[in-house]
Design a protein around this ligand. Sequence first.
Ligand code: ZN
Length: 379
Amino acid sequence: MIVTSYKFRLYPTKIQESKLEDTIEICRTLYNDFIFESHLAYKEGYKIKFDELQRMIPAMIPKDKIYSKVAQMAFWQFYNNLKTLSALAKRGKRTGKMRFKPKTRYNSINYNQSGFKFLPNGKIKFSKIGKIKCVIHREIQGKIKEIIIKKELTEDWYAIVVCENEITSTCSLFRKKIVGIDVGINNFTYDSDNHSIKYPQFFRKSEKKLKRSQRKLSKKINNSNNRWKQKLNLSRIHQKIKNQRNDFLHKTSRYYVDNYDTIFVEDLRIQNMQKNHHLAKSILDSSWNLFFQKLEYKAVNAGILFRKISPHNTSQKCSRCNKLVKKSLAQRTHSCPFCDIVINRDYNASLNIKQKGIDSLPVGYREVTPLERIPLTMI
Ligand SMILES: [Zn+2]
């Protein structure tokens, strides 16, 4: 099973919006009530049980104002968090008590399996809320498991539709097109076909906007109306960056999945990624991971092979003669003193990633993968 989620913008009416806000508030109160109950029981030296808590729900929520399953999910959320905490404590980790959720930290409700219906006019009907206008810009594939309605900091509403897909497709044995992809600071991707995808301009533009907005915010007086407005402005910029980035990552991953049937990338967890407080860098870091996630699920959906390989020496090794050629980050060219090849540094890395990927395949796979060891185009 593979889980995919889609995020769609919701346009509730004023009345629906206030109903949504009420529901969130009921769930938050419920969540906090459960924390209170469990703290109380703990003080009395009593371990409260799952069904005991669950039985309390009807008495804790206002009748007819909330879809009962939504309240159940708030309880589930509480119970899961409690379980996670106690599991951590059992493993000897220092854990505090569960903390009450303030209004600012509780902003979603969960319709699990029922209570929602997609209508032909583009609306989604939510039980106890109504028919909310929704922009469904992508086709939903798979079986819908749940819809999470979320209010972002920008005060916009979104529906996160979570689906499950069966993995039906299998990888074909006869690989045709294999690619190794290097991600980096100079180009977003550089691949073993000597093709690169640049960072979109908005990374830099948005960074400037963010900085300006943050600077303005720091000058506003605490708790003032202007500060609140500026905060909203900042959240909107964050949201916009998120949307733009998502769009770019979808397109980039789509390109590779449409053009290749085996994709190799570096496992970035192993690589010692430098922690950098520079904003642009932090956007990039998270982009690479998101990019791989998108590549992975698209690859699974399309029945093609996606694999992460160890990044050890991929940038230092010569892709033609396999000798180590040490170079600093600033050196953009791979110039091998042993075999005289001169190519782009990232291109060299992507060729190594491709070769490492092929080496990681079972022998039967490898036999049907003729590989050009020598890059065709040189710079
Ligand atoms: Zn060489």
